[in-house]
Design a binder for this molecule. Structure first.
Ligand code: BGC
Length: 789
């Protein structure tokens, strides 16, 4: 494809650059950076430059302290609950801190003069670097920092600092340690614990959470070099409440370089790989690791990123610039560094990148992130779904508490066995001034179908029969059982319906027959009935086992009867599907002021500055897609014309007040042939965190937004869809792109798909079938199947 062709196809309007709040390089797809210290935007960069490995994660706070910083470190799945507050991931002692004093003056970027400043994150291996020249009292010093969280050793954090006085001989003092005075916005989850030094060099802090009694041990050790020579220095120790610091003092001549290498680890009593105790394991581990140098540890971590992640989830975009490529690389970096290494945990809405949403898991995982894992790294998808299987205990308890049967998944999930973890109180109401009650934990019930839908997508794409028989079918059937007990009979209308819920559009509370909720519940019941019929016919062993737990005969009857009589909102005379029973009767307002308003500022969405929820309840305004998401998921139910009419109706009424909103709009627009709109929404999805709004991401980045970036690239532009009939590939590239290449895994077979404007090919390492515009194609191993577009 030559450039002429591309230019011909670009409407002027679309020839724009994605605007990023970070610096990027045109020749490096794996690099983001900043060239200013940005003290007032530290929080945003801390979230963007997050480092993690799915076991633990650290925000990209810098080594020296600033008022504007928000240090956070979390270990996945270690939830704790403070009295009368929602359970949350405790903010653990800080390992990053390192104070440098030169001739008794603390190095800070808001003192003295700073030049040659560079800060960057290597998205390929998660290494963060920072360098600058600091001039103070006429003297100049060169600083270089680098650090990473190891992908190869799940407990390890390592950092290296180099200081070179350029103009004089100086005394440099280093203070570095374990600082347990961190809180979750004021809530201290950890007890004071104990602090001690082992072998004169290894500092350790042992502590535990207040309520869940999870134990932690953190060990830290330093190696100090003057130029190439390692100094045999024991630290001078300083202890105070919840803090243990090592202090070193070294005379450094002009031109010499002082290097401090910090090795640190964290172990918890939840670790499955514990050999002795948290304390002993942590100490022994660090003693071993402390002998290996930074570069060697980085190399082994980089190898894991390369071989386990990037080689299995390839996405290559040739476009007018490399911003889309950087965005999809960054999205995958953030997803993977926040994806649990273990099956008892799940991804929080903001991962471990900040305290927002308290580390809780939402439907975000199943509907927005799971496609990436299912199609790229299915073992991760397996783990994420196994968490929901363990969650059946809590989900059954939640159903029982509401006098229902089966399993009702919590709107916000923390420990798998917890019933509901959503907080109850939110921001102040603009009209009454009182805190608003958050009803999602009570009324946002579609998550139960979303989990079942995620399980089914995984089963279709992987054909993982073992998972289906051991866990998957049981989950879907328990969800179906919940809906069979939840739907209400309406005598007058002679149908089953669902009243008093919140749909994906959270502006509307206590609604009846929310379109998304009803269609998903119907799908869940129908799918449940099909699974029972199939098992009875083909696998009596599994049937009998599940029958003992669920009573399949009775459930089958209920599912058949209730799904047949279920009310599914139908298009009205104008072909519009009502979002709920009342939505279409509400007044319409001009929402242009609120559409795509800067998000996350002061925690209040723009529209809530003018209306409270009661008022929004009576206006045709939608937070994020509801009917449109339903139409995207159930694409075959309605003719394209109806879908377009609903797009034209609902899209202008949607504020996109959630990071989950852009990607489904992008994908649906692409499906409908609205290609400029699709690209516009793709750009917005890419800019949720990377964009120029320096207030977004302060409390963490948006995991579902990252899933949405990948979904848009591979599902919309790359055309891949997991359907009931199998794999579908119907690509359509944005006009500014020359080509797209991606890899997917379908039922154990690896496939590479390459797309241009005129043709695409599929190349696999095994036999695979896919559908392209109703035709089925079979690809033979290693044979390129080319289709003209
Ligand atoms: C959205 C939900 C989402 C949650 C967590 C809310 O603002 O409306 O759909 O699950 O954020 O991302």
């Amino acid at each position: 494809m030559n450039n002429k062709y591309v230019f011909k196809h670009i409407s002027k309007k679309r020839w724009i650059n994605m605007l990023f709040g970070v610096v990027t390089k045109p020749d490096n797809d794996w690099w983001i950076g900043r060239t200013k210290p940005d003290i007032c935007h530290l929080s945003k960069l801390e979230s963007l430059m997050f480092q993690g490995n799915g076991y633990f994660g650290i925000r990209g706070s810098v080594e020296e302290h600033y008022m504007e910083e928000k240090r956070d470190m979390f270990v996945m799945g270690t939830f704790d609950k403070y009295e009368d507050e929602a359970t949350e991931l405790p903010n653990l002692p800080d390992l990053v801190n390192l104070e440098i004093k030169i001739n008794n003056e603390v190095m800070k970027l808001n003192h003295g003069e700073v030049s040659n400043f560079k800060r960057s994150l290597n998205i390929k291996n998660g290494e963060m670097t920072r360098s600058f020249i600091w001039k103070y009292n006429k003297n100049q010093y060169e600083f270089k920092f680098k650090r990473f969280v190891s992908m190869a050793r799940l407990h390890l954090f390592i950092s290296e600092v180099e200081v070179t006085p350029l103009t004089d001989n100086v005394r440099i003092q280093i203070k570095s340690g374990i600082d347990g005075q961190q809180t979750n916005c004021g809530t201290q989850h950890l007890v004071e614990g104990t602090k001690r030094l082992f072998n004169a060099r290894f500092m350790q802090m042992q502590t535990r959470t207040q309520e869940s009694k999870i134990k932690f041990a953190l060990t830290e050790y330093h190696r100090i070099f003057l130029d190439e020579t390692e100094l045999n220095l024991n630290p001078h120790l300083k202890l105070s409440r919840r803090q243990i610091y090592a202090n070193y003092s070294v005379d450094v001549n002009q031109g010499q370089t002082l290097t401090v290498v910090k090795y640190a680890n964290i172990f918890s009593s939840k670790d499955k790989d514990l050999k002795c105790s948290v304390s002993e394991d942590s100490l022994l581990d660090l003693k071993k690791v402390g002998r290996i140098d930074y570069q060697a540890l980085l190399a082994e971590s980089t190898k894991v990123w390369e071989e386990d992640i990037w080689q299995n989830s390839n996405v290559e975009i040739q476009a007018h610039n490399n911003k889309p490529q950087i965005a999809v690389n960054f999205a995958r970096y953030q997803l993977i560094s926040n994806t649990p290494h273990d099956f008892g945990m799940n991804i929080g809405a903001k991962g471990m990148t900040g305290e927002g949403y308290k580390g809780h898991t939402f439907w975000d995982t199943e509907i927005f992130m799971l496609p990436y894992y299912i199609l790229s790294l299915p073992h991760y998808a397996h783990n994420l779904l196994e968490y929901r299987y363990l969650g059946l205990i809590g989900a059954k308890r939640k159903a029982h508490q509401g006098c229902f049967h089966g399993a009702q998944y919590p709107w916000e999930a923390a420990m798998p066995a917890d019933a509901e973890s959503a907080p109850i109180w939110g921001n102040a109401d603009i009209v009454t001034g009182r805190p608003m009650k958050i009803l999602s934990g009570f009324l946002e019930q579609h998550v139960t179908s979303d989990v079942a839908y995620g399980v089914m997508s995984y089963l279709i794409a992987t054909n993982d029969k073992i998972f289906a028989h051991r866990m998957g079918y049981e989950m879907i059937l328990q969800c179906a059982k919940f809906w069979a007990s939840r739907v209400e009979w309406n005598n007058e209308k002679n149908h089953y319906e669902i009243t008093d819920v919140i749909g994906p559009d959270e502006y509307k509370e206590h609604v009846s027959n929310d379109a998304f909720t009803n269609y998903m519940a119907y799908w869940c019941m129908k799918r449940g009935a099909e699974i029972i019929a199939d098992l009875r016919q083909n696998n009596l062993e599994v049937y009998d086992r599940l029958d003992q737990k669920i009573n399949l005969k009775e459930l089958f009857k209920a599912l058949i009867q209730k799904s047949a009589m279920m009310y599914l909102p139908k298009p009205n005379t104008e072909e519009i599907i009502p979002q709920d029973d009342d939505y279409l009767s509400y007044k319409k307002i001009d929402i242009s002021k609120y559409k795509d308003a800067e998000k996350d500022i002061e925690d209040v969405s723009e529209i809530f500055k003018d209306f409270d929820l009661k008022q929004l309840d009576k206006i045709q305004v939608t937070k994020q897609p509801d009917v449109l998401l339903m139409l995207l998921i159930f694409e075959d139910i309605f003719p394209k014309d109806t879908i377009i009419k609903n797009w034209n109706y609902y899209e202008p009424k949607t504020t996109h007040d959630s990071s989950l909103s852009y990607s489904p709009h992008a994908i649906l627009a692409n499906d409908l042939g609205l290609y400029d709109k699709a690209f516009e929404y793709f750009e917005k999805a890419c800019q949720i965190d990377l964009g120029t709004n320096m207030e977004s991401s302060v409390k963490g980045t948006h995991m579902a937004g990252f899933g949405g970036v990948w979904n848009t690239v591979v599902e919309a532009f790359g055309g891949v869809r997991i359907t009931e009939k199998g794999l579908r590939v119907e690509p359509h590239l944005p006009s500014t792109w020359r080509s797209l290449k991606y890899s997917i895994n379908w039922q154990g077979v690896k496939a590479e798909v390459y797309v241009t404007h005129t043709y695409f090919y599929v190349l696999t390492d095994g036999k695979i079938k896919f559908i392209y515009h109703q035709h089925e194609y079979q690809v033979e191993p290693k044979e390129k199947l080319v289709i003209e577009l």
